[in-house]
Write a protein that binds this ligand. Sequence first.
Ligand code: PLP
Length: 456
Amino acid sequence: MTYTFAELDKWDKDYVWHPFTQMKTYRQERPLIIERGNGSYLYDIEGNRYLDGYSSLWVNVHGHNHPELNQALTDQAAHIAHSTLLGAANVPSILLAKKLVELTPAGLDKVFYSDSGSTSVEIALKMAYQYWKLKDAERYADKNKFISLREAYHGDTIGSVSVGGMDTFHTIFKPLLFERIEMPAPYTYRMTADNDPETCKVHCLTELEAILREHHEEIAGLIIEPLVQGAAGMLTAPDGFLHGVRELCTRYHVLMIADEVAVGFGRTGTLFACEQENVKPDLMCIAKGLTAGYLPLAATLTTDDVYSAFLGEPHELKTFFHGHTYTGNQLACAVALKNIELLERDGLIETLPEKIEFLTQRLAAFRDLTHVGDVRQRGMMIGIELVRDRAAKEVFPPSLGVEHRVILHARQNGAIIRPLGPVIVLMPILAMSIDELDELLTITYEAIKTVTIEAG
Ligand code: PLP
């Protein structure tokens, strides 16, 4: 049965509450109703084609409607779609856990499944907290707080919001949240006059050390997005920053949680971002690219040391009392396994340096646009920060809706991209060809140029 655009438009507006969306504005606009996807393109119900410039919210790896991923899904469905991991195991979740332990940084030896980035973070926080209590409840009685970065985004559940640092999203919930200690984010463009990463790095690490020196006995863990703070507007960390954070966590006996939900699975040019600075976190969260954009699945990986602290007799109540109905879902694990198999077989990560270099070269022209203040790139993650006044680094007033207009302009010309505040974000599908990347950048460049000149 097919439906008209008018029917779907009406029912969408009548019944669906969209995430992170001001529904008053949304209901006044013509919706984009996606019907299908193929490779790097999405198609709406009227047959219009768009390059997927944001990897369908940073998840897609091999392209849409991939025959082998489809097959993995149907093969698994022919066996079973789901059975619980509570008191029982299943084949795909075992094989996937083994594979993840092989691929992630050395020392991460145990896998706890969940179903979204937020829940993987929630689990890491609870594990880190309980770990210290299990080690020595008296000695570590005060280790109840977490450090996170200014502008941090780790998800939308109350625990992950507690370690968030984005005022727009998080301030309203403050009375519900647990205590966090904030360290500066390495936002080089706004923190230093001359955009100098080294100055920024030294400043942030010095501040972190000061916090740790004073508070380490109260701190259970530090959570960080390695190399790039994505939702904050693609804030790319200076080289050596992540390594510096790891060293300080070790020195002050604080567990390091690497939130690789956005940066994992190739986004920064390596399978995991931590690899680039040879960092071994105590806990690591992965989601998004884990199933290549097919199904909700996440995992929290940790060390034998953390895992062992939870071992005991049932009556000792050392158990990690956490789980979700769909924990370790077979369909999702089977697709994740196929995703990894394709990554390895096709050498997708090895194709990235050429694409990343191409993007770097093409992005140089964006820097010359009057209303582009900063261009940040780490691998396949790009943020283009728009400003009304370059010298003052002043952003456009939100009432002008400049970023939204840029996105609509790009959409009219065949690409879907997204803004994050004043930043236009590009997150191309890893399997995009150079020609498709070229097309994406051409459309984005024209959209930024046209709209900002009009608004400026
Ligand atoms: N952590 C990071 C770094 C993210 O970027 C996100 C989502 O964008 C999350 C956690 C939350 O993931 P999810 O939306 O799957 O809950």
